[in-house]
Ligand binder design. Sequence first.
Ligand code: FAD
Ligand code: EPU
Length: 335
Amino acid sequence: MQIQHEVSLKAHNTFGIDVKAQKFIEVTQLTELQELLIHTTEPILILGGGSNVLFTQDYEGLVIKIKLKGIDILKEEGDSVWLKVAAGEVWHELVLHCVENGYGGIENLSLIPGTVGAAPMQNIGAYGVEIREVLESVEAVQRSTGEIQVFNNESCNFGYRESVFKNIHKDAYVITAVTLKLSKNPSFNTSYGAIQDTLKANEVDTLSLKAISDAVCQIRNSKLPNPAEIGNAGSFFKNPVIPQAQFEALKERFPNIVGYPLPEAQVKVPAGWLIEQSGWKGKRFGNIGVHARQALVLVNYGGGNGAEIRKLSQDIQASVLEKFGIEIKPEINIV
Ligand code: FAD
Ligand code: EPU
């Protein structure tokens, strides 16, 4: 593909923000990507499905959309199968492929938008599972040299919505493929209450990868706005983690506060609860707002711009800080 000029990114981000890229190209070949990385002098932005970015202005540089494709079985041993998946594969299509073929491990991550290559960036997670639990390695091209490097699970330094690619190696690598170790004899993870309730409502008595995947899709469809209908990027903020003592003190003042205990006397507090209690849920301001069913999701009803969504997010942060003394931080990437 040729480099295109002055391209609207509206169709390339799930918020549906209409900004322009000075230059834009979709890459389908690894060598083409390496060439571009080595020879481009202007700033480069890597884009997958655009489901975790907020564009606040036109991009003065080259946007490279990753379209590398391929799903290969690397190895099968006992109950395990190692799948190498190219970065441009659509994540949910990979999940469906695995469910159909009986490869367990990512069924709880059904319906997360975006590409396989972006999945390790923030260690995608949902319904009791994170990608780090099945990720064997990440193949990436170093932007400065064009050379391929392999990161094993440990060297990705995964955390809650975190990895080296989002912090110390930010903008240093382009992920080109991911290898997952999946199981042909999976142990199902139904630890999340909503999954159990949905399986029961669906009268599922024999667990299967498909039953879990279907249940997760059902739960997600009932809560989260479909970006094809209302622009959004999923959770705008991360759920804050606070010391147990701070949580106990807050519970004195706010007896209904929700919290999930973590190791080392820490508690994860749902940001959606904090935002709802601060009065933002369902509020609309012109073309943008806070989703009515999920306060953690900021939305673009159409025609909204990124700068005003960022401003709304800052107002929300300030009011949560004032009411609860808790700083909530964006999960999404603001460009
Ligand atoms: P993009 O938005 O295109 O990119 C995200 C970031 O990664 C950018 O900084 C980009 O530069 C960088 N990047 C992208 N591809 C590469 C690559 N190949 N190499 C290097 N850098 C790259 N996330 C969850 O974890 N759990 C959820 O449950 C969840 N639910 C969501 C629900 C909805 C409705 C939406 C819209 C989003 C949701 N998300 C969720 C967020 C999002 O789907 C994930 O973060 C996803 O992995 C982003 O993939 P993408 O291809 O769209 O990335
Ligand atoms: N809540 C409210 N009001 C709201 C929303 C939530 O009070 O408007 C409270 C409720 O107590 C609810 C709790 O928050 O029980 C948790 O809500 P939910 O189960 O919807 O999950 P979440 O914490 O808001 C997280 C992830 C999602 C992921 C779900 C399911 C983060 C930042 N978000 O959301 O990931 O799909 O759990 O596991 O961790 C994303 O990252 O984009 C994303 C959607």
